[in-house]
Design a protein around this ligand. Sequence first.
Ligand code: GLN
Ligand code: ZN
Length: 776
Amino acid sequence: MAITHNLGFPRIGAQRELKFALESYWRGESPRSELLARGAELRARHWQQQVGLDFAPVGDFSFYDHVLDMSFTLGNLPARVRDFQGDALDNMFRVARGRSARTTEDHAACCGADRGAGAHDGTDQDVAAGEMTKWFDTNYHYIVPEFVADTTFRLDATRLLDQLAEARHTGVRGKPVIIGPVTYLALGKAKDDSDKLELLPRLLPVYTELLAALADAGAQWVQIDEPLLVTELSPAWQQAYRDAYAALDTGKVNLLLTTYFGQLQDNLPLVCELPVQGLHLDAVHARDEIDSVLARLPADRILSLGVINGRNIWKTELDAVLDWLEPVAQRLGDRLWIAPSCSLLHVPVDLASEQALDADICAWLAFAVQKLDELYILATALRLGRAAVQQTLAANRAAIDARRGSPKVHNPAVQAALARITPTLGQRRQPYPVRAARQAERLRLPAFPTTTIGSFPQTGEIRQARSQFRRGEIGADAYRAAMQAEIARSVREQEALGLDVLVHGEAERNDMVEYFGEQLDGYAFSQYGWVQSYGSRCVKPPILFGDISRPRAMTVEWIRYAQSLTDKPMKGMLTGPVTILNWSFVRDDQPRAVSCYQLALAIREEVLDLERAGVRVIQIDEAALREGLPLRRAQWQSYLDWAVESFRIAANGVQDETQIHTHMCYSEFNDIIASIAEMDADVITIETSRSDMELLDAFDNFSYPNEIGPGVYDIHSPNIPTQAHIETLMRKAAQRIPAERLWVNPDCGLKTRQWAEVLPALANMVAAARTLRAGA
Ligand code: GLN
Ligand code: ZN
């Protein structure tokens, strides 16, 4: 009893082998054959690591993105690449990366990624890269399928069939993984505003054909992923599920309908009635629903329970899972399968790679390989009784208990501070109009004040100094001198440009979250804890393991130095609590809100220290505030409540004359504008240039009460905006926002750009602001 399986394994490689192979191929430094060989090697290695499972996933590997793979499998290529004559893999990279240094919509890109400065595909055509967006509520980004009213589909099963054969060769029992038709349609975008659902009848025959091909190739089960089922569905989309699964029920192969990341809620009855042979549920996030599913599910169905959390890096409390699972197993007998809650794509590969982590903390963690070990233990305990794995369970219990009681995790002073939080902590002393007048008097800024978002180009010298310092090749003094030289340079440039509110340039920061995590107590850092963000891009989220405190000021010395070089106001530059939280692996032993409030208190101390040091303007970036929105709209408000309150606690302890800025770099505000306004920052700078100021519609009707800096320089592109273009954008903005509340600034930080691009662009920006001021 209890069949074990896995929904997906990280594909990037424990040492990010896939990343390096891809990038070397894209640079033209290695042949395609080598990239293909690396891919095959990784698949083989990963199947070896899953050899103990009854079913291992096949088709979860991807050279770029599994949604894009599915588009190719279904023959749904954007028209612009359809008649490409070359290799299919190159064509896929063209869709993924485009041909020119192109822009992307996501934070990862805004923090430094251009997807490709031209793929090496031997053509001269420019191809726009496919749009990218986040995969449900994860930090993984997929390439959005494109549809038009007359989109047709055609099966190409080669990838899946080849990999199924490979898996068999490796000695694992393969279970192909595909994205289900309804989720696939929902993930895509109709480019012509047609109704995507009308494509379903055309799509289903291709799926039927695919399932038949997989059955012919020996697949017993196919995992068909429909995570859309954990979101709110309209009746039309619910009906699409009935239609789709009626059509796919051909009796050729068993379907494991797979949902994850959340609860089914209203979709629960629907899911139980679909004619499939098995159902996978996320038994971490939807455990409360398992009883109702058990009550409804027809007696011949397999129920796969995702009992190991595939979204975090913590050890599972195995005893607790068994306490709950054993009676369920009794009821289900052979019908029970167990697995991680979702694909392990969202966790790092192998804890065994970590050499430098604190030993205590290491003992509390589990990456993908360790999570599968946990699954084997659970299966053995179910098959043979807990006594058969007594020692392992005891060791697990000891680790769980140690974490629970550890003084590294629990800091009474932090908890006491948290208990003292009252609503007044998040309130400015006076309302915005009063503050604005005091700030104006103190700062004496012109109309249409100019500023930048924080970072200046991270040059080769900066990176070199940082890595020399890390390797111990230069000492702290030499490092500080190198960073100060960079700061001095950026202050000089900004003064020469005539900007009004200056920044220090963030030379000393490797990353806007890691930089703060490294200085806060309660954070740990892995060496190889990489998780794929998109394509070859990975992130290494810091691990928030304990109560957060700030042993000493984190930014004050740098800002003080920068301010000493100029009379213009120098912005203090911080990352906000919500963004730090959303880009970290967080604790599972307390609500996210609690961790966020702790971060807020730490950032608040920094804000107050900056103010005491004479800093007149403080920017607190919340680039990832929107990313934290829950999957279901019904839960948005409760997230926004604590997220906004955390920002307010961090920011609003200052005097009226201190000006608080915040920055957000995404382009959807309509549905959260009220919460953004509640943050009550004096100034918000946002990304707008690519939306032609349309996004300001959210801030329209003069409904946003404070000052706004709509980005007028698309920093994702090497193009230099002209003065005329910037003026046009600002005039459009002034139609929506009163001119006296407008700032002039780029979309985001400039760290990925070159000085040679930045200087003329900012010169045009300053010139445009001067023209506007002159009333021209
Ligand atoms: N202050 C940061 C910078 O300029 C903001 C980055 C971001 O919003 N992603 O780099
Ligand atoms: Zn930004």
